[in-house]
Design a protein around this ligand. Structure first.
Ligand code: 28F
Length: 253
């Protein structure tokens, strides 16, 4: 429970207390949410945010995602989808984007979290990444406006603000993993490259770019496969001598 004076009591409704307790639970036992706080868990943070952008591609609204390892070691992921909704979400009484980044979602297909749900459920892991980040900034390009929010260790720093106009659409998330939680903050370009290439194969037509801006490590790769998983099979076979050169591929709803 959060001990506080009478006056502050009014300030924090039940929802805010639930949010604070949720984020605290993630920071106390990160392994419960991302498996490990080793290098593997560090990279998992990127995949959680990228998954949400890929969900927007699966929904048919996004066709380009860029992932950048910034000079300061933070990571930026940008998509050109609809942009996370910024209106007040009835139930929580706060903007939908704040719900996505601060409320632990049931996750899992049958609720109750536990395992990664198949694509299509937005924002399941975003709150976990936020809780485990020293800071996280989200910029939303939606309705002709740029909306901005900043969180520190998962906590909302200021009310969602409009910082300008834009003709762009999409969502941009930049986060700095919390050095008090992770054994290492050193992102490995090849680890991200391998996973992002797979994501591109599995999401036909989606262009995924990975850029490293760290001093002395500058490089960029782009993955874009119109042939999807058929091209993935060709790629896996590239050094082999397959029995049949025709790859069976079918698609349907
Ligand atoms: C860089 C990371 O997280 N992209 C995302 C969307 C779009 C929608 C959405 C996300 C509905 C209300 C829960 C927009 N318009 N990139 C991202 N793009 N989440 S996350 O909705 C979230 C749910 O709150 C979106 C209409 N429907 C959905």
């Amino acid at each position: 429970r959060i001990k506080m004076g009478k006056s502050q009591e009014q300030e924090y409704g039940a929802d805010q207390i639930q949010i604070l307790e949720g984020l605290e639970a993630v920071r106390k036992r990160p392994g419960m949410y991302i498996g490990t706080t080793s290098e593997k868990g560090l990279h998992h943070l990127v995949y959680e945010i990228v998954d949400n952008a890929v969900d927007e591609a699966l929904a048919g609204y996004c066709n380009e995602i860029t992932v950048t390892i910034n000079k300061d070691g933070s990571v930026t992921v940008v998509d050109n989808g609809r942009g996370i909704p910024t209106g007040i979400q009835e139930k929580a009484g706060i903007p939908a984007v704040d719900v996505v980044f601060t409320m632990l979602h049931a996750g899992g297909k049958f609720g109750g979290g536990g395992y990664k749900v198949a694509g299509g459920l937005h924002g399941v892991g975003a709150s976990v990444v936020n809780a485990l980040s020293d800071w996280l900034e989200v910029e939303i390009y939606r309705d002709g406006k740029v909306h901005k929010q900043r969180y520190e260790k998962g906590k909302i720093i200021h009310p969602l603000e409009v910082t300008g106009n834009t003709r762009k659409r999409g969502t941009k998330v930049t986060f700095m993993p919390d050095e008090t939680i992770f054994e290492t903050l050193n992102f490995d370009f090849d680890t991200l490259r391998t996973r992002l290439r797979e994501m591109a194969f599995l999401t036909k037509g989606l262009k995924i770019t990975l850029a490293d801006k760290r001093a002395g490590k500058e490089k960029e790769r782009e993955f874009h496969y119109e042939g999807g998983i058929k091209e993935f099979v060709q790629y896996i076979n590239r050094h082999k001598d397959p029995l049949y050169d025709k790859i069976i591929y079918c698609e349907g709803e």
